[in-house]
Design a protein around this ligand. Structure first.
Ligand SMILES: C[S@@+](CC[C@H](N)C(=O)[O-])C[C@H]1O[C@@H](n2cnc3c(N)ncnc32)[C@H](O)[C@@H]1O
Length: 308
């Protein structure tokens, strides 16, 4: 089989593949204490800023949602809800993309939302920031205002580990959509999503992003993953974020969305092309295309789009 490895440096991704040279062991090594005075780069780093820089690319997502919504609904989506919004980067970018747009960011965690207010929204143009509302509540809260589009980025719905919990979330989201509303989930998978591994990706400034899959249980698909950053002075933000998830399969997601009442479920995957540095590898293009069948791959990224 001549399948090459997909990697998409422009974007997020648990299962994103690094070239073998960048691949380390199955576990990220614990940091050694640097022997020098003053704060290390890790000690002076901000994990939320690093997270936004390493795994979020909202403009790619927005371009896709905009085009797909218009294709299926014949109008421009204006009101979005960003579930599990964290620091609300998607919400801010959404409102920057069109002066008519509004965003409701929903997250349970107060300090994370506060960071979003004092950093993401404070650095957005005021005209856009004032159209973002942040709600500290559960994404299953059905008292929230109806919107055109609900998005759940970076796989956060994987915190729901039973079919009942996930179907309950999907049904609540459906209830908070307008009649022609659309719901979109970001998905990842592939043969390497179900193994223990640690992938490294070099970022600018001597910074390395490490995605670590510490555990995977094939019986229940529970997976324990971490993000670590390594700095050029040898310091690390070791396991700055940890994810205790169930890795849902695509058919399970489709079945549960339909059981929750969505009429149509579509699957989109990133188009890849030869890596410009090394044609042994493929690079994500940021362009997502609908498929009903794909080749089984080591790593893929995509969206599941459900129409109300
Ligand atoms: C990985 S962050 C997601 C950040 C951002 N959405 C992104 O695209 O990268 C996951 C967030 O989900 C939030 N969260 C977890 N369970 C939640 C729930 N039931 N309702 C709302 N937020 C929840 C956490 O507080 C955390 O901020």
């Amino acid at each position: 089989m001549s399948k090459k490895t997909a990697k998409s440096p422009a974007k997020k991704s648990p299962a994103k593949k690094a070239k073998p040279a960048a691949r380390k062991s199955a576990k990220a090594a614990k940091p050694k204490k640097p022997a020098r005075k003053g704060p290390t780069l890790a000690e002076s780093a901000d994990k939320f800023a690093l997270y936004q820089r390493s795994v979020q690319s909202p403009s790619v997502d927005i371009e896709f949602f905009d085009a797909e919504f218009q294709k299926h609904r014949g109008r421009v989506p204006l009101a979005v809800r960003e579930d599990f919004c964290g620091t609300a980067l998607f919400s801010a970018e959404w409102c920057k993309s069109d002066p008519r747009r509004t965003a409701l960011g929903v997250d349970l965690d107060g300090p994370t939302l506060d960071w979003g207010r004092t950093h993401t929204l404070a650095s957005a143009p005021p005209g856009a920031a004032e159209r973002v509302t942040l709600a500290q509540t559960d994404v299953r809260d059905t008292r929230l205002a109806p919107v055109d589009l609900i998005v759940a980025m970076n796989f956060s719905y994987c915190i729901f580990k039973t079919r009942d919990e996930l179907r309950g979330y999907f049904a609540a989201a459906r209830q908070n959509l307008v009649d022609d509303g659309v719901f979109a989930l970001e998905v990842y998978g592939g043969t390497e999503a179900v193994v223990e591994l640690s992938d490294e990706r070099e970022l600018r400034g001597g910074l390395t992003y490490v995605w670590e899959q510490e555990k995977f249980n094939p019986i229940d698909h529970h997976t324990l993953c971490h993000i670590t950053w390594k700095f050029r002075d040898g310091s690390q933000l070791y396991r700055a974020f940890t994810y205790d998830w169930r890795l849902w399969t695509l058919p399970e997601l489709g079945e549960l969305l339909r059981e929750a009442g969505f009429s149509t479920v579509k699957y989109y995957f990133e188009r890849v092309e030869a890596d410009e540095d090394d044609d042994e590898y493929l690079t994500g293009t940021g362009e997502f295309v609908e498929h009903t069948e794909i080749e089984n791959q080591e790593a893929w990224l995509g969206y599941v789009v459900a129409l109300k």
